[in-house]
Every structure is written in C-alpha cells, then in structure tokens.
Design a protein around this ligand. Sequence first.
Ligand code: UDP
Length: 329
Amino acid sequence: MKILVLGGAGYIGSHTVSELIDAGEQVVIVDNLETGHIEAVHEKAKFYKGDIRDREFVDSVFENEKIDGVIHFAANSLVGESMTNPLKYYDNNLNGTKVLLQSMVAHGVDKIVFSSTAATYGEPESIPILETDKTEPTNAYGETKLSMEKMMKWTGVAHGLKYVALRYFNACGAHVNGHIGEAHNPETHLIPLILQVPNGQREAISIFGDDYDTKDGTCVRDYIHVTDLAQAHILAMKYLAAGNESNVFNLGNGVGFTVKEVIETARKVTGHPIPAVVSPRRSGDPAKLIASSEKAKSVLGWKPQHDDLEEIIATAWNWHKNHPNGFAK
Ligand code: UDP
C-alpha cells in the first residue's frame, strides 16, 4: 500500500514511518516542520514540506501520489499551551483536519488512521478506562482531538470515509536503533525531563504534587512504548483495508506507574542518583490514567512488545544520552 503520513517528521509519526517501511509499505510524508524535524524524515520515504491547512498543497499531494490510506499525526499536542492559546489548537488541529478531509473526499481516499489521545476522556469515572467511558476533556487539546474524531465520524456518514481513532496513553521510549527518539521544544514530558538530570542539563526533577490519592501520593500513568504505538497504526490500517467499520481503540500497557516509580526506574537504568524535588500540582492533571487496551488486542491483534518500564526507559536513555539536544547538532 502507499500510505500518506501527515506529521511523519514528529515523534510518533517518525517511529510509525520506520515500522511501515520495515513492513515493506510505500510511504509519503507531509510535515510543515513546525514541531517535526527534517532529520527524522526517513530516507526511504517521499517527503513534501507543507501545511495541511493549505488546500492547494494537500490537493497537489493527492494528485501526485496514488494514496491508499492516510495516517494523521499533524497536530499540536501540548496540554498547557492549549489552555493559554486554544485558538491555535482549533486552527491547526480542527481547521487542518477539515481541509484534509475535504481533500480526501474530493480525491476518493476513504481510509484514515488518526492519532487521538487519552485526554479525550478527561477525569476518569473508573479505572481502567474503556472506549465506551464518557468523554469530557478537561483541556482544549483533548477537546480538539475529540472534535477531530467526530469530524471523521460525520464525514464517514456522509461520504463513506472509514476511520480508526487510536487513543494513546503516555507515549515514551525511542527506537531501539537509537536513530530517532523524542525531541520536543520545550520539553514537558516526564521521562525526557528526568533524563536531562543524568545528562547534566537539569539539577533535579520536579514531582508535580505528592498529595494525590495514589499509593505514594504521586500521579499514576500508563506508559507505552512509541514502537508499540507505531505497530498499532499498521494494524489499524490493515483493519480498514480489510473493509472493517470505523472504530476507536485505547492504546496503553494497562499498568500504572507513579511519578516516583518512574524516577526510581530511571535511577536504576542510568546509575545516576537523579535528585527529585516535590513541587505544586500541575493544573489539569488527573490522579490516575490507566487504559484498558483489551479491545485493541482482541479486534486488531495488537500485542505490545516493550511492556517493561525499565526497558522502555533504557531505549529513551540510549537516545537522549547520544542526542542531548535532540536532532539539533
Ligand atoms: N510530571 C512531573 N514532573 C515533570 C513532568 C511531569 O511530576 O517535570 C508528572 C505529571 O504531573 C504527570 C506525569 O508526570 O502526572 C506524566 O506527565 P507527562 O507530561 O509526561 O504526560 P501527561 O500525563 O501529562 O500526558
């Protein structure tokens, strides 16, 4: 198949491109390189630099390439920024997806796998979280991702487009080959921030609140390796190619770790004492997020391969210690 990967120069996008190419698929990447990195563009993929809000540009890609299916990562994804600049999120995430879907409909491309998020649920009613649980996002980022899912649903009703939305929990780790990994600027995610300490870029890691109702008072999250997420996109595209109906799947390991446990595991992996300082809670952080991924396992046949936190952090450390400034030289 020829797959168009939007946002293929970003963190999860570049890992998915790598798995697609290893699986023998043809890949076309579109990325505006606002948060993606040219160095992360796979040498075997065809690359178009451009913005999905630009209808002429998107049309030209569909006209030049005979695309069988789209995998859509091209969006802004910082919760904090979405609260201070929500209209940026409505513009890029929603307007971008609208233009993309218009162009897909016009060019008869009817399959899309979509990068969604656990942030669509908001504060969970029960743990583990099921796909049928209520969706009440507590931030603008989650709200735009949920609206993107709904835009695909109604486009499907009207025009026959089929979609799979993959709701990720905490993406982390790096490719085992050490060539690609996480590189956000600014970095806000726990594991890369922890690893800045043994890398000599930060004195200590802040623990955002230790008075939550959890086993050690710190927040619990479900950490899932980026290559396992990447594999799920391939399975989802196969699922659509086999003629199945649109669907939504959670992707997580189904195991929760506290912030303190993650720091302790990073100490073990790096051999560094990694000092930690308790600071105030970060607003909008639910105490506990753990996925039920039973549906992805039974329907898609997904099976995470890197489900050990120590191994996940070791892949991240292998990337960060050799690329302390990400892709920058
Ligand atoms: N966290 C923390 N210190 C940091 C960054 C994050 O204690 O410097 C906590 C954060 O409050 C959350 C967990 O680590 O409970 C994971 O945060 P991250 O931003 O990585 O992912 P999120 O769960 O927000 O998607």
